[in-house]
Design a protein around this ligand. Structure first.
Ligand SMILES: CC(C)(COP(=O)(O)OP(=O)(O)OC[C@H]1O[C@@H](n2cnc3c(N)ncnc32)[C@H](O)[C@@H]1OP(=O)(O)O)[C@@H](O)C(=O)NCCC(=O)NCCS
Length: 168
């Protein structure tokens, strides 16, 4: 555990979650946390939980942009569906010494998405994340899209990755 306490992704909330909340959250089935170790030292971690991506008119500037988004997500007739099953990346952090080396990309692409692909036993349309404004470009590069055109919150934006693009 000593080597986990050395972890520093330069975000106090994310560090503190790993040190203090990851285990109790897992025990209460609120989220799972996976730690990536190198020589027994934590170099990255991520937490996952079930989500329900809700799309409501109030998130959009106009009814037209709302309908456009629904049409984009559901191409068949039942467009009244406005909530979608998802898995949420609750937290993702890479130690400052390991940032910019492809570890974040590896976690999202080769660990999270591949695990969902392999375990394709339940309906799940999206991976979602409340992305920090400072990390939205990282998620964009991995193929995540913005739910709305405008910003819902000051610090974060809801982004989603469509699993139909990798699961046939
Ligand atoms: C954001 C974070 C997870 C990215 O992980 P990382 O391992 O440093 O990223 P990678 O090296 O895998 O980068 C993958 C690509 O995204 C780009 N990228 C990474 N972080 C970026 C950022 N903050 N802004 C813009 N682009 C970024 C990289 O340049 C790279 O581009 P390339 O494929 O064209 O070379 C990591 O920097 C981190 O822990 N940040 C602090 C906590 C945080 O913001 N977590 C996200 C919470 S929602």
């Amino acid at each position: 555990m000593g080597k986990i306490n050395q972890f520093d992704c330069e975000d106090e909330k994310l560090n503190s979650f790993l040190f203090k909340k990851a285990i109790p959250y897992q025990a209460k089935l609120l989220s799972t946390t996976t730690i990536i170790l190198e020589k027994n030292r934590a170099i990255g971690y991520y937490s996952l939980l079930i989500d329900n991506l809700k799309i409501s008119k109030t998130q959009f500037e106009s009814n037209t942009s709302y309908k456009k988004k629904i049409k984009e997500l559901i191409s068949f007739e039942k467009r009244f569906v406005t909530t979608f099953p998802a898995i949420k990346i609750g937290r993702l952090g890479i130690d400052k010494q390991y940032k910019g080396k492809g570890l974040g990309k590896l976690i999202v692409n080769s660990i999270i998405i591949d695990a969902i692909k392999i375990n394709n036993q339940i309906g799940c349309k999206f991976i979602t994340v409340d992305a920090y404004q400072t990390s939205t470009q990282f998620y964009e590069k991995l193929g995540f899209k913005y739910l709305t055109t405008s910003e819902e919150k000051i610090n974060t934006r809801i982004m989603y990755f469509e699993l139909t693009s990798v699961i046939q």
